[in-house]
Structures are given as C-alpha cells and as structure tokens.
Ligand binder design. Structure first.
Ligand code: XIL
Length: 352
C-alpha cells in the first residue's frame, strides 16, 4: 500500500519522538547536523582529534576542528623538544596556543607527552648522564610542565612507547640510565603536580592481545597493586589495511577495564598503500566503524581520538612512504566513507 504524504510525516514524527529527538529546538538542530562529538557524548564518551600549530592558520581546517570534536591533542606542541628546548628554559607557546583554541571551542585536552625516547632536544640526548642527574632532569621536566597545565588538561600521556614488540622494555635513555622504575616515578611526579589529571601509559601495536599488550597488562597490574597513580592505558591505534584488523581489540579493552583502568584509542588512523581505491576506502570505513563500536562496547573505554582528522595534515605520508589516505576527511577537507561509518557507529545504542 502506498503511504500518503501525511502518513509519512506522521511516521517520521513518531520515530523522532521515540528516539527522544523531538525534545526542543536545540535537540532538533543537533540532530539535523550531528557531529562526532555530539553523538559520542550521548554514550558518555568523547570524540577527539590531534592538531598541530602550523595548521591553525587554515580557517577551513579550524572550523571543522572546532565543531566536530570535543577533545584535542597537540600533535607536537607539548613534546620535550618544544617545551624545554634548552635545559631549564621552558617554552609554552605551542602548547598554550592549542589549549587556548580548545578552550574557546569548549573542548578538553589530552596532553601528550612527558616521557618518550623520540623528539627530545639535543642537550638531552647529546650527553652522558649519571642516573642521579637524569632523574633530576626528568623530575624537573615533568613537574614544571604538568604544573604549567594544571587544571587545563583532562589527561596526560605520561610515558609513551615504553615497550618493544616482544614485550621487553625498550632500551631508551630513560630505561638504560634509570631502569624500569622511571615509569612509576614519572607517574608519581605527574600526580603530585596535577592530582586531577588522568594519567596514561600510551603505545602503538597494543590494540590486539599479544606480547606487547600483555606487557602493559602486567605492568599496569603491578603498578596498581603498588598504589602507583595510573588511570589509563592509551592504545594509539595506528592501523594499516595491509596488516589486518586487530580482532581482539574489544577483549583487550575489557581486560584493562578489569584492572580498574580507563582505556582510550588515542591516535587513530587507518593507512593504506597508495593509490586509493573505492574498495580500500570501504574497508577503511569498516575499520573505523568497528574500532569505535569496540570502544563503545567497553564501559571504561572513555573515548576515541584520531591523529588529526584530514589527510591534508596526516603524518603518515612522511613516515610511511607510499602509504596515506589514513583519516576520515580527505585532503580537500571533504568527508570520506570513514566519516559516515563513524557517525553510524556512534548512532548505535550504548551496550553498557
Ligand atoms: C608524530 C607527529 O604527528 C609528527 O608531526 C611528528 O613529526 C612525529 O610524531 N606516535 C606518537 C605521536 O605518540 O607523538 C607521533 O606524532 C605519532 C606516533
């Protein structure tokens, strides 16, 4: 039977009422133009993007950055080379610019990162330090930076990329000079400097259950047992179509929840070998949908952050030659199939 025009409008209205969307003009406007953040908030989650200072002069770019997301990560501006370019001389210019922009857009900030082996200033890497000296350098850096951003950031990636693929400790300047205890020390110093910031360990290739995520599970259990202030594990989630989807992601998130920890997908991108094809874009979209659904399914998975939102500013082509197109918006800032897939995933009912 053919529906009358009136019948169709009536049916639509009933659907809207049932979905609780006919509440008022604000809700209706919100539904007409759903955003990733708006939909994530219905699940008590956030949806974030990284950004970087040089891009902030691109007004078409900042418009989407300011409207589509409710959490921001500085891609570089809070790293050691940027914040303490000379020993004891601190520079907050880059980080502050991003924190101020986020505040103007009512967005929170996932701060990134305090202790890492990469993007360190030359004064730090170009010298042999005794353990006592290096410990003092690390304590001062953490304490000064976390104090500066106290009350202004939601969380800190305190230690980044501490483990090798086989689950052994990465032989960084920190590990080699200070031993594994640098991780607990860093967490304690950060907690003292900002007791309200959520403190994370963050790494890549820990999305699936395996030796590297097992190492984090063991370390996290040990830190919790010893009362060290650890709040969450960040799974960077830099995925690549050619390596396959991490099918155990949801189970992995759950086992960290069972330790009483938050989890977050902190640097998501899904790269592919170029050239781009419709088939690859469709597969990429399915991965974005699935990883978002996995986070929504696990109560303590607090949110998803993509490592910038547009292929125009993705780090992938520079670091993985021949690969790219990793983000949900293309280089012209047009949404790709992955963007609709994210909206679809976020429109689902929350499982927990
Ligand atoms: C990347 C930035 O996006 C690049 O601009 C920079 O040149 C190198 O670092 N894992 C991390 C991030 O934790 O800090 C990295 O960010 C990407 C991999």
């Amino acid at each position: 039977m053919r529906r009358t025009r009136l019948g169709l409008v009536g049916a639509l209205a009933a659907v809207l009422v049932a979905a609780g969307l006919a509440a008022g003009p604000a809700a209706q406007a919100h539904e007409r133009q759903p955003t990733l953040a708006g939909l994530a908030e219905r699940h008590g989650r956030y949806f974030g993007s990284a950004t970087d200072n040089p891009e902030l002069t691109d007004s078409a770019y900042t418009k989407i950055l300011g409207s589509e997301f409710d959490m921001i990560t500085p891609g570089n501006g809070m790293k050691w080379y940027a914040t303490e370019p000379e020993q004891g001389v601190f520079d907050w210019t880059a980080g502050d610019q991003i924190v101020d922009l986020a505040r103007r857009h009512h967005q929170r900030v996932r701060a990134h990162t305090l202790v890492w082996h990469s993007q360190l200033p030359d004064w730090l890497t170009g010298k042999e330090w005794t353990a006592a000296e290096l410990r003092a350098v690390l304590k001062k850096h953490i304490t000064t930076e976390v104090r500066h951003y106290r009350g202004k950031v939601y969380s800190w990636d305190v230690v980044n990329e501490a483990f090798n693929e086989d689950g052994s400790y990465r032989e960084t300047i920190w590990y080699k000079t200070l031993g594994p205890g640098y991780i607990a020390d860093a967490l304690r110093w950060a907690h003292k400097a900002d007791p309200h910031a959520r403190l994370y360990l963050n790494d890549y290739n820990i999305e699936a259950v395996g030796p590297k995520s097992d190492a984090y599970h063991r370390l996290a259990a040990d830190l919790k047992a010893r009362g060290v202030p650890l709040d969450g594990i960040g799974l960077q989630t830099h995925l690549a179509l050619q390596y396959g989807y991490p099918a155990t992601l949801e189970d992995n998130l759950r086992r960290f929840s069972r330790l009483g920890l938050d989890t977050a997908l902190t640097e998501v991108d899904v790269r592919m070998q170029l050239p781009v094809t419709d088939a690859k874009l469709a597969e990429q979209a399915a991965w974005y949908r699935d990883l978002t659904t996995a986070c929504l399914a696990v109560h303590r998975c607090v949110g998803v952050t993509i490592w910038d939102y547009t292929d125009k500013y993705s780090w992938i082509p520079d670091f993985f030659p021949g690969e790219g197109a990793a983000l949900p918006w293309d280089e012209r800032l047009d949404p790709k199939p992955a963007y609709s897939a994210l909206l679809d995933a976020l429109r689902q009912r929350a499982v927990t």
